[in-house]
Design a protein. Sequence first.
Length: 162
Amino acid sequence: MLSIEVVPSKEVTILVPILHEAEEGDERILKVIEDPSTTAYLAQVGDNIVGAVVVRWTPAESEIIYIATEPAWRGQGYGKAIMRWIIKEAQRRGTAEIIVGTANAGLDQIAFYQKCGFRMDSVRKNFFDYFPAPVYENGIRLQDMLILKLVVADLPDETTHP
């Protein structure tokens, strides 16, 4: 059974290896997970770490900054289960909207978020210019961050989506 728990601030560095699935640089990951405005969660099945998520919760618009599933646990529904948990937590907190950003080349991620009910919202052009050299995914250069949004207020109280 999947359990999702807050990672205490003094232990957040344990998330760095799994978050490499969502972000490449340790410095960027540490900056986010050590930020007091974010909450880091670890998803486990028994003693096995299956995923992690980092969220900045606010009443109007919360942001999923990182979400990652360990490669060995992919394709088994754990990513969707983590997303369902985030959506239910957002409802519990009274959050109106959730946003998540992903690279323009992250075709699997774009599909995943849309299957979870998120819709395209905006584009942060040239977001990935901070990379020292061009990075490609699916044969496409990472350039822009696509922002997808889920309007939590429009969901039924007990959402079963995704």
